[in-house]
Design a protein around this ligand. Structure first.
Ligand SMILES: *[C@@H]1O[C@H](CO)[C@@H](O)[C@H](O)[C@H]1NC(C)=O
Ligand SMILES: *[C@@H]1O[C@H](CO)[C@@H](O)[C@H](O)[C@H]1NC(C)=O
Ligand SMILES: *[C@@H]1O[C@H](CO)[C@@H](O)[C@H](O)[C@H]1NC(C)=O
Ligand SMILES: *[C@@H]1O[C@H](CO)[C@@H](O)[C@H](O)[C@H]1NC(C)=O
Ligand SMILES: *[C@@H]1O[C@H](CO)[C@@H](O)[C@H](O)[C@H]1NC(C)=O
Ligand SMILES: *[C@@H]1O[C@H](CO)[C@@H](O)[C@H](O)[C@H]1NC(C)=O
Ligand SMILES: *[C@@H]1O[C@H](CO)[C@@H](O)[C@H](O)[C@H]1NC(C)=O
Length: 456
């Protein structure tokens, strides 16, 4: 072999190799392009399918007929269902538990995201119009909102506010944007109370936290520069249960109670509003599974929520003993029930089929206690109660509790302002601003601010 051959061969080899390498590069470039194209196709197919599923299963929520902003309400419901499904999946994977810190954090994110439009519900920060103090009163976390507009006054009005969330979720943080708006626009000092949660702390712990805060504030009115005749308590959903209960216990310290969508009794879960409103918002806050909040607060097993739904948790004899306090024939305003047929049936709700004596005996003392269920208060106690401003919403599953309480308070001689919003639903007042702003919400919140300024 002469050296030139070697040279030729090697140079030929080198050139083939070069070709091969470049061909390989080209092939692999094609290959990767192909993979990439396929991946893109799969990705977009999945996206389209998810969107279709989302639209099919998430946005088909039956929205109350007289709410004009259908899509927004469907998005609110879809968001709550996404939260439920997310937590459900995390629990199934063994990554967390219901009512864990993580669950509560994610729930706050979802609520804040709906209210503010920030994807993770970013907390608002500094505010030129308010002095905000995230602090503790008697060991209970509270946020104190002091409007700059009335900061220098020594005759300020105060609202001590208890958030909703079934005694088990939500917090002063998820209510922050709403409370800021109300404080800013009313000039009222608001103390928002982060009472302890059930199921870890069933009744009376959450209520006692709130009572401690109200006692402390009303013992120190001059420190807070509050006019003693301008102390109000308020809350929504079970926060309104707390506000009503605090008002019955500390009636001589409170000028007015603001009850928004109050949850006031555990006796009858076949009220006309439970029946006619359960078909809306099928898997969000209106779901029967929200009865787990009731069992959390009563400190009993959540297995019982089906018994509650069927009204099997109370025996016939106990029912007849207390019937008058929650009797819908007497206390419900017929004009607020859309399906009149249901009103004819309310008296047969006494037809308990499978009453559970053991359960009924176990919870009798609690569910007939007016401080647990203010609608069970007798007329004497109701007559001492401070003036009430009660908000009810037409499509709320606990609408009737508020309507009946308004009737019972006013029969007992207590002043009542009852505002009913036929197009509203549970927590409708969350959206007076933000991307999901609803007309009914704007109305509820502006009426409330008007009452804080002019009635209190
Ligand atoms: C916040 O409130 C606490 C007591 O509740 C008080 O000690 C503290 O000075 C307050 N902070 C501000 C900035 O006002
Ligand atoms: C409260 O005090 C401010 C300033 O001291 C005063 O302008 C205002 O009229 C007072 N309001 C009431 C209702 O007395
Ligand atoms: C506020 O009231 C509590 C009693 O609820 C009392 O112990 C405390 O000393 C008072 N604080 C001030 C600053 O007056
Ligand atoms: C409710 O009140 C009506 C009217 O007073 C009465 O006829 C009915 O028997 C009462 N229902 C129950 C369950 O007591
Ligand atoms: C009735 O309630 C008791 C006590 O809460 C429970 O142990 C029992 O399983 C219930 N019975 C039925 C049939 O649900
Ligand atoms: C009304 O209820 C209160 C509180 O539960 C109780 O102390 C009082 O004795 C009751 N009054 C009547 C007349 O039943
Ligand atoms: C909301 O209310 C405003 C003013 O009251 C009205 O002009 C507007 O049409 C309402 N929007 C919807 C969607 O009903």
């Amino acid at each position: 072999m002469d050296r030139s051959c070697v040279r030729i061969r090697s140079s030929k080899y080198i050139s083939v190799y070069k070709d091969c390498v470049s061909a390989f590069h080209m092939r692999s470039a094609n290959y990767w392009q192909y993979i990439l194209a396929m991946a893109k196709l799969v990705f977009w197919t999945i996206v389209v399918m998810l969107v279709a599923l989302f639209v099919r299963y998430y946005l088909d929520t039956p929205v109350p007929e007289d709410i004009p902003e259908k899509l927004k309400v469907q998005l609110i419901d879809a968001s709550m269902r996404t939260y439920r499904h997310l937590i459900g999946a995390l629990v199934k994977l063994g990554l967390t538990d219901y009512f864990s810190t993580l669950d509560r954090m994610i729930s706050d994110w979802f609520i804040l995201a709906q209210m503010t439009g920030h994807p993770w519900g970013l907390k608002l920060t500094a505010d030129q119009t308010l002095r905000i103090n995230d602090t503790k009163i008697e060991g209970v976390r509270t946020i104190i909102y002091e409007p700059v507009s009335t900061y220098k006054y020594d005759n300020r009005t105060i609202l001590i506010f208890f958030h909703g969330g079934g005694w088990s979720t939500m917090s002063v943080d998820s209510y922050d944007p709403l409370i800021r708006k109300i404080a800013r626009e009313s000039g009222v000092v608001i103390i928002s109370v982060n009472y302890r949660y059930s199921p870890e702390y069933p009744y009376p712990a959450p209520l006692n936290d709130c009572i401690k805060v109200v006692e402390y504030v009303t013992d120190n009115l001059s420190k807070f520069r509050i006019d003693p005749f301008k102390v109000a308590v308020g809350g929504d959903s079970i926060g309104a249960n707390i506000a009503a209960s605090v008002s019955l216990q500390l009636y001589d310290r409170i000028a007015m109670q603001f009850l928004i969508d109050p949850f006031l009794q555990f006796f009858d879960f076949k009220t006309t509003s439970f029946t006619e409103n359960s078909r809306y918002f099928h898997d969000s806050l209106h779901s029967p599974s929200s009865l787990v909040y009731v069992t959390n607060y009563l400190g009993i097993s959540s297995n019982h929520h089906q018994a509650f739904l069927n009204n099997n948790h109370v025996t016939k004899s106990l029912r007849s003993q207390y019937a008058e306090m929650v009797n819908q024939t007497i206390w419900m305003k017929p004009e607020l029930v859309r399906n009149k047929y249901l009103l004819k049936k309310v008296d047969s709700s006494g037809d308990v089929i499978n009453e559970n004596n053991t359960l009924s005996n176990e919870i009798e003392e609690l569910i007939t206690d007016p401080f647990v269920a203010p609608l069970m208060a007798n007329d004497t106690l109701l007559s001492y109660a401070p003036e009430a401003y009660i908000v009810t919403n037409g499509y709320n599953f606990i609408r009737d509790d508020g309507v009946m309480y308004a009737g019972r308070l006013s029969k007992a001689g207590t002043k009542v302002v009852h505002r009913h919003y036929s197009a509203g639903f549970h927590h409708a007042w969350f959206f007076p601003h933000g991307p999901l702003k609803l007309n009914v919400s704007v109305q509820i919140v502006s009426d409330l601010i008007y009452a804080l300024i002019n009635r209190l």
